[in-house]
Design a binder for this molecule. Structure first.
Ligand code: NAD
Ligand SMILES: O=C(O)C(=O)C[C@@H](O)[C@H](O)[C@H](O)COP(=O)(O)O
Ligand code: ZN
Length: 359
């Protein structure tokens, strides 16, 4: 079966993308894990009720255990993390056992962190089920949230493989389609102008994506991400570009309360703000208004949610993982496909945030 290959310093692995790729999982496990002892599937209620029978039926010979975690962002907590570890201990998993993350990015981030830390690390496989997870399942960032900041407790821990079966994506709600598509836009903006223009021209209704469009954009996003991650697995430099839109996006998620605004929708607002700053600081030729009109047509909210205050958002942004000694590093675009990370002054950001809120 055809696959994309991800190469990082710590591991290289295949990403299988397409309809029905789930059927290749048993052979993969038998070939790569001949001494496999136990398999545990972590999934959430939304995914489990729809697709767990399909996954369990291809894995019957492995007699998998299944543990259901809360839906969405509510999974990325210390309590749920601990309960997963307890489950692994109760089921007597050992170092030759394997974790399967079956769901969206929240399931993947949590399960990957469980795998990274259980007995100091056991293998795991990503089985993404959202558009967004073309991003989260690749690259090895795994984490849970802390009340003081998004993804603050985590690791870089690569999966053994990614099985991205696009059959699972048909049940995604409109809001989840929007959330995922924001990261697709991000990949175009930071790395590939032609791809961005293709999106702008061809995508006007996220509920009417053809299978071909979906497959094309997800593979393209994964390829863009893999080029960056292969050069900078642990975010010493250029990987920060994948964080475009996230400094404000994460601040919005945390300030609103995790799970209240989806990750992608918060990042989309963050990208709008970053694009506005980019135009101001680099005098770029980026058509901001055209972009804003397009994303509004796609159904995105383009302003900071009501009740969130610039000063509180600024304090959150100062906690960003890219910040150095409390100084915010912002990912901006000199032009489409040419990102740059620049230190920005707190007062400047506060003024711009206030202005952005009034636009
Ligand atoms: N590790 C990374 O590199 C990375 C990259 C991007 C985002 N993330 C993280 O990913 C998370 C967001 O990802 P997400 O939106 O995929 O996560 P999610 O797991 O929260 O899924 C979103 C919602 O869709 C539901 N769902 C999932 N698959 C479905 C399906 N096929 N049909 C119907 N409903 C389905 C889920 O139950 C959930 O309610 C955030 O926590 C974000 O921080 C991580
Ligand atoms: O893979 C990366 O690197 C990214 O930044 C991808 C982001 O889309 C993703 O949301 C990531 O989890 C953010 O990372 P963080 O280090 O800012 O928590
Ligand atoms: Zn993201």
């Amino acid at each position: 079966m055809e696959s994309l290959q991800i190469h990082t310093d710590s591991r290289s692995y295949p990403v299988f993308v397409g309809e029905g790729v789930i059927s290749a999982l048993p052979n993969f496990l038998k070939t790569h894990f001949p001494s496999l002892t136990k398999v545990v599937i972590f999934t959430d209620g939304n995914v489990g009720e729809r697709y767990l029978p399909a996954l369990e039926s291809v894995l019957t010979e492995f007699h998998p255990y299944t543990y259901i975690i809360p839906n969405g962002e509510y999974a990325k907590t210390f309590d749920v993390y601990q309960s997963c570890l307890t489950y692994c201990l109760e089921k007597k998993l050992d170092r030759k056992s394997l974790v399967i993350a079956f769901g969206g990015g929240a399931v993947g981030d949590l399960s990957g962190f469980v795998a990274a830390t259980f007995m100091r690390g056991i293998p795991f496989v990503q089985m993404p089920t959202t558009i967004l997870a073309h991003d989260s399942a690749v690259g090895g960032k795994v984490a849970i949230n802390h009340p003081l900041g998004k993804n603050m407790i985590g690791a870089f821990y690569q999966p053994e493989a990614v099985f991205y079966d696009l059959n699972f994506l048909s049940s995604l709600s409109h809001v989840e389609r929007r959330s995922g598509f924001a990261e697709v836009i991000k990949h175009g903006l930071i790395q590939d102008e032609a791809f961005y223009q293709w999106l702008l021209t061809n995508i006007s209704d996220l509920t009417a994506l053809t299978f071909e469009q979906l497959e094309y954009m997800l593979k393209k996003g994964i390829q863009i991400k893999s080029v960056i991650v292969s050069q900078d697995e642990k975010e010493k430099g250029i990987r920060a570009f994948l964080n475009f839109g996230h400094t404000l996006g994460h601040a919005i998620e945390a300030e609103a309360g995790y799970g209240k605004v989806t990750h992608g929708e918060a990042v989309l607002i963050g990208m709008l703000f970053a694009l506005k700053l980019s135009n101001k600081l680099f005098n770029t030729s980026f058509h901001y208004e055209k972009f804003k009109t397009w994303v509004e047509q796609l159904g995105y909210n383009t302003s900071i949610p009501e009740g969130l205050h610039p000063q509180s958002l600024l304090e959150r942004m100062k906690q960003d993982k890219k910040a150095v000694d409390g100084h915010i590093q912002y990912v901006l675009l000199e032009r489409i496909g040419k990102p740059v990370a620049v230190p920005l002054d707190d007062q400047f950001l506060l003024t711009e945030l206030k202005q952005f809120q009034q636009d």
